[in-house]
Every structure is written in structure tokens, then in C-alpha cells.
Design a protein around this ligand. Structure first.
Ligand code: C2E
Ligand code: MG
Ligand code: MG
Length: 757
């Protein structure tokens, strides 16, 4: 057939595959890029949170430092024993010190009972009492606290905001408690500070004491101040280091946030910036949706384009195929045309030359086709040609080819073909044409048609395709001249051989149908001359053709498929004969029948054997089936093995005939259930003449002995041969030394005479 180049352009599916690969690749790249963008968004947010935390921390630290300085000034003044300083002067000093913080809070000093003795807001004596505030109590009870940060409290003066106080202990020269100095800081300060920061819609800012008490939080809710975060998930992480960044769910509002925290200088406070994860990814999400949508649209476009391309390509290829068909095939019959027949025939010729094998060209021409065309019209003529083409195609098997050269001329090219196969195929074609061809169903016309076939064989009839075709054509003309509807070989000797072969086949078929074959029996003799069994051998005597040797007609039967019928008949005869002998007192222990591969391929063969034995009242052990080594090397070994095993299971003996002439492989002997080996007569005959053959015979016998098989020697003609075989362990002999194959009644006499001897 015309070969097409295999490439990208001949495979529409590859387009689709390429499209899919491109879309997968682009989608992959986009996905990676989006993922990277997401990471970048988070990294950016991290930087922002950290920077914000640092700047808020600095700001807060600066403010607290200022408080410290102011408080320390007041403290130093109060603790320095300078009685000459009037209370007013002291008050002034406190004012002075508090000037820097007046926006944020006040500075007070108390006496030992918690009464405010000094207040940066007013020169008037104060009536305020802070003895219940935590910062007073802490300093009153423990002298070593140093700087103390109070819990948030509502100032006594009217205010909307909580404050916190930073306080220190006042002591006299002996270290005795003298009161406290405290600076209060309105938390409003942090609220303003926080509100000025850029945070996103769901961000948070939190100022906590290191023990987790909230001092200020954005978003601002008055109730949050003073609450403890100590139970939350984020707080514990903030106590482990000076600063850090992490993502956690906020215990305040259950939002996921990126937290960046920083401890405020040396002060027991932490500032925490929380950027909502939702805000961080908001921009990224919008971009991802847009990019994803564009990618999806592109992917769909690419796939659609590829689909279009591949559909187009498919159409083009279909057209090309159509054109090719026109170029290489006949439009009416769809058979290969002259051009393709020529090309294929050249290929087959090259193979045959390489393998030194034969092949045949059959030139087939319809008889009197022109008349059909002229009388019935071209339409009917075309119908006839189509039907003929179909019938011809059915006659051709496997790798063989049939083509139409034009008009009513057809050519078959048969690979690995000898005279017999060529004659067979030609005969099949002649048979196929015997049935009249029904055309034009409506008018019910049926046309009887014959064909003339000319056959040329490579290499005998020509060494080139042209010569072979020409010679086949000439042979076809001879067939026409000889009376049409027949085959003719180009070479006279082939003509004769093929004719004889066909004649034999037909005659054999007839003989089988009419039961005209006979069976001869040859004794198998054991040691001491005891009868061991008989081998059934088919015989054919034809009145016209004379006696034909089994080797010849068994081969013809195998080729034409008659062999199973023949073997079935012989098996039937042999069994009935054994039963008949036994009935008249001729004791024959066993009957051997020859079978071939085709018999074992019959699915019902084992059953058939069992039934036949039963019909004649025989036991399976009465029967031996002889087959050649070829059987075990047949392609359908599995079917054959099943039948062999079934027969073996029944108790029928299986024997290998002509052992030593084939493959003689130990391994198959082990694999098949064989019990007997028959050494081929060619070995036996060379005993005494060829030392080489003798040693081969010995080897063959050794194999049989090693596998514990019984060994039979066939073709034993001399005492010397028998003695040699006996010396080397062979105990059963068959051959002219004892008796040639005999007709049944002669065999009975021979057996009786033997019995008496
Ligand atoms: P085989 O099965 O090996 O049979 C032995 C052949 O050796 C027989 O040849 C027999 O006549 C011949 N023979 C026996 N003793 C001597 C001897 O001392 N000297 C010589 N020279 N030949 C001897 P036959 O009868 O011509 O059969 C030839 C082959 O045809 C058989 O070989 C067997 O393979 C086949 N055959 C015979 N009958 C049948 C049958 O019914 N079915 C099948 N499938 N094959 C058969
Ligand atoms: Mg045999
Ligand atoms: Mg043999």
C-alpha cells in the first residue's frame, strides 16, 4: 500500500495536543507569577507593619522620656532637703517641670497619706486624694519598685479619657516613705497618634502593658481599654522577644492579621501593628482575578484555534487519502490498480530474491466479457466486474494481493508460492466463478461466467515483474485457446506437475468418499520375538493411477485439508480391526495409528478417540497415537497441548514418530506427555555402515532412556541391526526383518504362526 510520511502535519491529534500543552504551560506560568505576587504583597505588608511599629515606638518612647525628665526634676527638688524653700517656690518648680507635658497630663506629688500636695495644674492647695490608686499603693508597700506604670484609670477631674500614671517613690534622707511623684498621661494622646497612621480598612494598632492590659487600641472602643489580652493567641508571641512579626488570628475580632510588635524602649509597654490579611491581599486578589480571566480567555482561544486547525488538517488529509486512492486504487472495484500491483510485485520480488524463495503471478481474464458488455450494457458489465472483484478477493489470503489491471483483467501476486499453492489458488478462483452472477436485482438477470488463468513462477519463468506478467499473460492465452475456464502454467513441466497433483487430490477425495482406501498392519515385535503391537498404515490403490505411496498422498491430503478425514477413517478401521482380531482369538496387545497436527487441532478429537474406543469395546491403553516432532512446533501449540493432555489423561499412549529427523529437543519431550520414541529408519539403516550414524542412534536412545520412554526402532531389516539396537537398550523392533506391512488376514496368519513358533 502507498505509504504516507508520518510527521506533525499528518497527525491532527498532535495539533490538539500541542494546543493543550501551550495552555497548560501558560496557565502554569501565570499561576506561578500570581503566587509570587501574593508573596510580594505579604512581604510589602511586612515591611510596612515593621516600619510603622518602629516609628510609633520611637514617638511613644520620646514622649515617655520627656515625662521621665519632668518627674525626675520634681523628685530631685522634693527630695533635696532645703527647708528654706517656700512651698510656693516648690510649686513653681513643679510647674516649670510640667510645662513640657501640659497638653498630655499633670504632675503631682503626694504626702504619706496620698493627699496631693503639689499639682502642676494649679497653684491653689489641692484637695485631691490618690491614696486608693494602684500607683500610690504600690510605692507605699514596696520601696524598690522604681518607675511604676499604672493601670488605666479615669481621672478624678472631669475627662472623657482614661489616663495612665507613671510614678516614683518619694523618700526622705533615711529612705522613709514620704509620698509619690506621679505624671499622668491621657490616653487620648495615643488615640490621636494611632488615628494619624495609615493602616487599611481592617488594620489594628494596640498599645499594651507587658502584662497584656490594653492601654489603647484602634479601632477604638472605650470598653477595650483595661481589658487583658493575656489569654489571646498573639500576646504570648509578643512577650518572647523585643520585636517580631507574625500572622495570627486576633482574639479581639477574630480577623487574621499580620502583626508586627515592638517593645517601647525600656518601658513595660508593647506597640503592636496589625495589618489585616484581607487588606494585604485585596489588591493582589483584584489583579489575580483580572489576569486569571485573561488567561482563561486566551486558553480557550488557543484550544479553539487548534481545534480549527486540526479539523482543517483532517479534511485535507481525507482529501489526500481520497486522491491517493484514486492514484493507487481502481475506482470501480476498489482493488489495487496496475500501478500499485506493479509496485507491490516489485517489493515481493525483492523479498523473494533475498530469501531465495518462489512466488507466483496469476493473470486472470474473464471469458467472453466483451459480449456481456455489448449485449447487457456497461452498467451491468460494471456490476459483474464488482462482483468478480469481491469473489477474487475472497480467494486470496494473508499478505497475497489481487489487483485489477483494467478492463476484465485481474492479477494476483502470491508470496512464498510453489506450483501446488499456485494451482490451489487458481483452482479456488475457478470454483468461485462457477456460481452464476446475479445482477440488476430488479430484472433478476444472472450471468454465468468463466475465467482463464495464466500462471508464471519466479524465478523459473522470469526474473523481473514485467517478464513474469508477460509470461503469465501468454499462459492465460493458452488457457483460452485450450477451451477457456481453466488454468495454464507458463512452464510445461509445472503444467504437468500441477495437473497431476490436482488429479491426485480429486482422486483421493473420491477414494475417501467411496471407502476405496485400505489399511495395512505391520507388527511391532518385542524381545524374544513376542508380538508387542501393530502399526496401521494407510494404502491406496487406484485403478487408473496404480498404487500411490503414502508419503505422496498423505502430503497431498495435508495440503488440501483432507488429512483429518483420512486419519479419522484409519483410526476407525484400526480399532474395528483390533476388536475383530481379538474376537477370533488373535491376540494383538496394541494398535498404533499415525496422526498429524491438524487432528489435534480439532476441538473434539480427544472425545472422538474415546468414543471410537468405546464403540469397539477397547481400552485406551490398547491405542498408541504416533505423531512427528513437527506437531509440537506448530504455531497453535496451546490448542494441541490441551488435546494431548486430554488424551494422555484418558490413558492413550502418545508416541513420537521418526525421532531424530526433526528438532529432537529434550525440552519439548519433557513438556509434552509422551511415552514412546520411534527411532527413524534412516538411523537404523545406517547401522553397520556409518560410525557417525551409529553414534547418533546411540545418542537418540540415550535421550529416550534418560526420559524413561519406551524406545521402538523402525525399519529393522537385518539381524545385525537388531543386535546393535538390543545391545544399546532398544527392546521393540519394527521392520522387514519381522514382516512388511500386511493386509489384515495376512497379519492374523502371521500372528498365529508366530504364536505357534
Ligand atoms: P511411518 O509412520 O514412519 O511408518 C513407517 C514407514 O516405514 C512405513 O511406510 C513402512 O511401510 C515403512 N517400513 C517399515 N519397515 C520397513 C523396513 O524394514 N524398511 C523400510 N525401508 N521401510 C519400512 P509407509 O507405509 O510408506 O508410510 C509412510 C509414512 O506415511 C508413514 O511413516 C507415516 O508417516 C505416513 N502414514 C502412513 N499411514 C498414515 C495414516 O493413516 N495417517 C497419517 N497421518 N500418516 C500416515
Ligand atoms: Mg508411524
Ligand atoms: Mg516412522
Amino acid at each position: 500500500m502507498a505509504r504516507t510520511r508520518i510527521s506533525f502535519l499528518t497527525k491532527p491529534a498532535l495539533f490538539l495536543l500541542a494546543g493543550l500543552c501551550i495552555t497548560v504551560a501558560t496557565t502554569g506560568v501565570v499561576a506561578v507569577a500570581l503566587y509570587q505576587m501574593r508573596l510580594d504583597a505579604m512581604a510589602q505588608a511586612r515591611d510596612m507593619a515593621e516600619n510603622l511599629a518602629i516609628s510609633l515606638e520611637k514617638e511613644t518612647e520620646r514622649t515617655l522620656d520627656i515625662y521621665q525628665i519632668a518627674m525626675r526634676n520634681v523628685l530631685t527638688n522634693l527630695e533635696t532637703p532645703s527647708p528654706e524653700l517656700a512651698p510656693e517656690t516648690r510649686q513653681l518648680l513643679a510647674f516649670n517641670a510640667a510645662g513640657t507635658i501640659s497638653d498630655l497630663g499633670v504632675i503631682i506629688a503626694t504626702d504619706t497619706s496620698g493627699k496631693v500636695v503639689l499639682d502642676s495644674r494649679s497653684m491653689q492647695p489641692s484637695t485631691i486624694d490618690v491614696s486608693r490608686r494602684d500607683y500610690f499603693l504600690v510605692h507605699q508597700q514596696s520601696p524598690d519598685v522604681g518607675l511604676y506604670f499604672s493601670k488605666p484609670f479615669m481621672p478624678i477631674t472631669k475627662s472623657d479619657y482614661h489616663s495612665i500614671a507613671m510614678s516614683r517613690r518619694l523618700a526622705d534622707a533615711n529612705g522613709r516613705f514620704e509620698g509619690v511623684v506621679a505624671g499622668t498621661l491621657s490616653l487620648r494622646y495615643f488615640r490621636h497618634l494611632f488615628e494619624d497612621s495609615i493602616l487599611g480598612d481592617h488594620g489594628s494598632l494596640t498599645l499594651i502593658r507587658t502584662d497584656g492590659i490594653i492601654l489603647m487600641r484602634r479601632p477604638f472602643k472605650p470598653g477595650d481599654i483595661g481589658r487583658s489580652l493575656a489569654d489571646g493567641k498573639a500576646y504570648p508571641l509578643m512577650t518572647r522577644a523585643d520585636h517580631g512579626t507574625f500572622v495570627r488570628r486576633s482574639s479581639m475580632d477574630n480577623k487574621d492579621r499580620l502583626f508586627s510588635f515592638k517593645r517601647i524602649g525600656r518601658y513595660p509597654m508593647i506597640i503592636a501593628v496589625g495589618l489585616s490579611v484581607q487588606d494585604i491581599y485585596a489588591g493582589w486578589r483584584k489583579r489575580a482575578i483580572a489576569i486569571g480571566a485573561v488567561t482563561a480567555v486566551l486558553d480557550v482561544l488557543i484550544i479553539m484555534l487548534c481545534l480549527m486547525f486540526s479539523a482543517q488538517l483532517q479534511r485535507r488529509l481525507a482529501m489526500e487519502r481520497q486522491l491517493q486512492k484514486l492514484a493507487w486504487f481502481d475506482t470501480l472495484t476498489s482493488l489495487p490498480n496496475r500501478r500499485l500491483v506493479n509496485r507491490e510485485a516489485r517489493g515481493i520480488l525483492a523479498d523473494a530474491r533475498r530469501q531465495s524463495s518462489q512466488f507466483a503471478i496469476l493473470f486472470v481474464d474473464l471469458d467472453r466479457f466483451k459480449r456481456i458488455n455489448d449485449t447487457q450494457g456497461h452498467a451491468i458489465g460494471d456490476e459483474v466486474l464488482s462482483e468478480v472483484a469481491q469473489r477474487l478477493r475472497r480467494c486470496i489470503q494473508g499478505e497475497d494481493m489481487i489487483g485489477r489491471l483494467g478492463g476484465d483483467e485481474f492479477v494476483a501476486v502470491l508470496r512464498q508460492c510453489d506450483v501446488h499453492k499456485a494451482a490451489h489458488v487458481a483452482d479456488r478462483i475457478l470454483q468461485a466463478m462457477q456460481q452464476p452472477i446475479a445482477v440488476n436485482a430488479g430484472r433478476d438477470v444472472s450471468i454465468a461466467l468463466g475465467v482463464s488463468i495464466g500462471i508464471a513462477l519466479y524465478p523459473h519463468d522470469g526474473r523481473s515483474v514485467d517478464t513474469l506478467l508477460r509470461n503469465a499473460d501468454m499462459a492465460m492465452y493458452r488457457a483460452k485457446n485450450a477451451g477457456r475456464n481453466q488454468m495454464h502454467f507458463y512452464a510445461a513441466e509445472y503444467e504437468y506437475e500441477a495437473k497431476e497433483h490436482l488429479e491426485l487430490e480429486i482422486a483421493l477425495q473420491q477414494a475417501l468418499r467411496e471407502g476405496a482406501l485400505q489399511v495395512a498392519y505391520q507388527p511391532k515385535v518385542g524381545a524374544w520375538g513376542i508380538l508387542h503391537g501393530a502399526e496401521a498404515l494407510v494404502r491406496w490403490h487406484d485403478q487408473k493411477l496404480g498404487t500411490i505411496a503414502p508419503d505422496r498422498f498423505v502430503a497431498i491430503a495435508e495440503e488440501s485439508g483432507l488429512i483429518t478425514e483420512l486419519d479419522t477413517w484409519v483410526l476407525e478401521q484400526a480399532c474395528s480391526q483390533l476388536a475383530a482380531w481379538r474376537a477370533v482369538g488373535v491376540d494383538v496387545p496394541n494398535i498404533s495409528v499415525n496422526v498429524c497436527a491438524a487432528d489435534f487441532k480439532r476441538a473434539d478429537f480427544a472425545d472422538f478417540v474415546a468414543r471410537t474406543l468405546q464403540t469397539h469395546g477397547l481400552r485406551p491403553s490398547d491405542l498408541t497415537l504416533e505423531m512427528t516432532e513437527r506437531v509440537m512446533f506448530d504455531e497453535s501449540t496451546d490448542d494441541i497441548r490441551a488435546t494431548l493432555e486430554a488424551l494422555h489423561a484418558q490413558g492413550v499412549t502418545l508416541s513420537i514418530d521418526d525421532f531424530g529427523t526433526g528438532y529432537s529437543s529434550l525440552s519439548y519431550l519433557q513438556r509434552f506427555p509422551v511415552r514412546e520414541l520411534k527411532i527413524d529408519k534412516s538411523f537404523v539403516m545406517s547401522i553397520g555402515t556409518s560410525a557417525m550414524a551409529e553414534s547418533l542412534t546411540q545418542t537418540v536412545m540415550n535421550i529416550g532412556q534418560a526420559l524413561k520412554l519406551s524406545i521402538v526402532a523402525e525399519g529393522v531389516e537385518t539381524v545385525a541391526q537388531r543386535d546393535f539396537l538390543s545391545r544399546h537398550g532398544c527392546r521393540i523392533y519394527q521392520g522387514y526383518l519381522y514382516s512388511p506391512p500386511l493386509a489384515p488376514q495376512d497379519f492374523a496368519q502371521w500372528a498365529k504362526a508366530r504364536g505357534r513358533a
